[in-house]
Design a protein around this ligand. Structure first.
Ligand code: KG4
Ligand code: ZN
Length: 354
């Protein structure tokens, strides 16, 4: 089955084709430079850029894959969570194409697509515990399969990626700051007690990162010499050592907090032997190391997507769509687009694939 995937939930316009579980081709237009001018994603600009790029990207994708529009059998599109206007561009494009081609339509939970992304590179085993760490979300899931994911815990305020981006902003680093902060941290020496491991004095699986961000901001306010470097800093090699050390301490606090809660979830799900790590922050070097050690301690397998599949992309949407469509799931044309903050309904129907 040939499945087209469409991603437009935030600031990346992506389209990809997956055939029989394998990635055929993918195209991605990033808007990072547009939003960097404003220090964060501007929703209206994001919608306009998606609208400008989606048509030409589709033509480019089909040419690269050597496929015709009528070859598409299923169309998967991120339906949420995300920026409503941005999502609507992708969903409207998908619905129009489904009407024109008669292809099966599947609205995809963007977070579930992140978690399944590594299935393009290696087999996934279930039940698994999934940790989704992105710019907008931090969730722990119990994953029984592509169509059965249950949320066990999530952030009550800032997401892990948001904490990286906000701390990067406090440090005067360009947006989005996660990747550069990671590079600086790798050059630094962490002071384990400098920052708290937030929201641990409870027995739940939720997170709260806003206090950690405030702790960093207060530390920086008390040590203004930390910001004494040429702005904008784009090359980690030019950063002062004290800045790298601070980044290392912050990065360690985030990685350890995520691991502590995942470890708690493993204790409560003793039948689980597989861990999935996904989302933009899954690209973080220290988090990958800590998760690998955690998996080894618990004799679990750890599946992490390659770096290109961690951040937003359409290959993961096409793959999730292919998994669902080949199990017979689909949506009718009136399925809704769901913005960030609202829960996504389980409204797929099941029909055998002809
Ligand atoms: O999953 P994603 O591409 O978009 C959302 O769905 O949110 O995640 C983007 C987030 C941003 O906050 C970015 O700063 C963060 O992932 N990020 C990183 C790294 N690479 C991207 N955070 C920490 N370390 C990285 N290497
Ligand atoms: Zn994402």
């Amino acid at each position: 089955m040939l499945c087209l995937g469409i991603e437009s939930s935030c600031d990346e316009t992506g389209l990809a084709l997956v055939e029989d579980g394998k990635l055929l081709a993918a195209v991605l237009a990033t808007q990072a430079d547009v939003h960097a001018l404003f220090g964060g994603v501007v929703p209206e600009l994001a919608s306009r850029e998606h609208y400008r790029f989606i048509g030409p990207l589709f033509d480019d994708l089909m040419a690269r894959a050597g496929k015709k529009t009528c070859d598409i059998e299923a169309i998967a599109v991120s339906r949420g969570p995300g920026l409503l206007g941005a999502l609507l561009v992708g969903v409207a494009f998908a619905k129009g194409l489904a009407v024109a081609t008669g292809a099966r339509l599947v609205g995809i939970n963007h977070l579930h697509a992140h978690l399944l992304a590594a299935g393009l590179e290696q087999p996934l085993y279930f039940p698994a515990l999934g940790m989704l760490v992105s710019g907008g979300h931090t969730h722990i899931y119990r994953v029984e399969g592509a169509a059965a994911l249950t949320t066990l815990g999530k952030t009550l305020d800032d997401a892990a990626g948001e904490a990286f981006d906000k701390v990067a902003k406090v440090l005067g680093l360009p947006y989005p700051g996660g990747k550069l902060l990671d590079e600086l941290a790798m050059r630094g020496k962490a002071e384990p007690l400098l920052f708290p491991r937030p929201y641990m004095d409870n027995d739940n699986l939720d997170f709260s990162f806003s206090g950690l961000k405030t702790a960093v901001a207060q530390y920086v306010a008390a040590h203004p010499e930390l910001l004494d470097f040429p702005h904008p800093l784009r090359d980690a090699a030019l950063a002062p050592q004290a800045l790298c050390d601070l980044c290392a301490s912050f990065n360690l606090a985030v990685a350890e907090t995520l691991c502590m809660k995942l470890e708690r979830a493993l204790h409560r799900n003793k039948d689980v032997q597989h861990i999935l790590l996904a989302g933009g922050v899954a690209a973080n070097s220290l988090l990958r190391q800590h998760m690998a050690a955690l998996a080894q301690r618990h004799a679990c397998t750890l599946v992490m997507p390659s770096l290109a599949l961690c951040t937003d992309n359409a290959a993961m949407v096409a793959y999730a769509g292919w998994c669902l469509a080949s199990q017979g799931f689909e949506h009718s044309l009136d399925f809704e687009t769901i913005p960030r903050g609202k829960s996504i309904p389980h409204d797929m129907q099941r029909r055998a694939f002809a």
